[in-house]
Design a protein around this ligand. Structure first.
Ligand code: SF4
Length: 71
């Protein structure tokens, strides 16, 4: 792990750190897991914000697993 990556991971909330570490090391369990991580990061690591996403121009909009869960 590089110092840059370690520094970034230290800034990620502990609840999402392991998920982010997996994604950034290319070890996400699936593309869906990587998308989940991206949506969480995009939403300031707040699941309710990810679920409330209205950014229809985002290529991940229809794949956002938090939105689907909120339906
Ligand atoms: S779908 Fe929404 S939360 Fe996910 S990456 Fe796009 S803009 Fe961010």
């Amino acid at each position: 792990m590089t110092d840059e990556l370690a520094g970034y991971l230290a800034s990620v909330p502990s609840s999402a750190r392991q998920m982010m570490a997996r994604a950034l090391s290319g070890k996400s369990k699936s593309p869906r897991d990587a998308i989940r991580t991206k949506c969480l990061e995009c939403s300031g690591f707040a699941r309710d914000e990810a679920a409330a996403c209205k950014v229809w121009r985002c290529p991940l909009f229809h794949l956002n697993p938090y939105r689907e869960a909120g339906k």
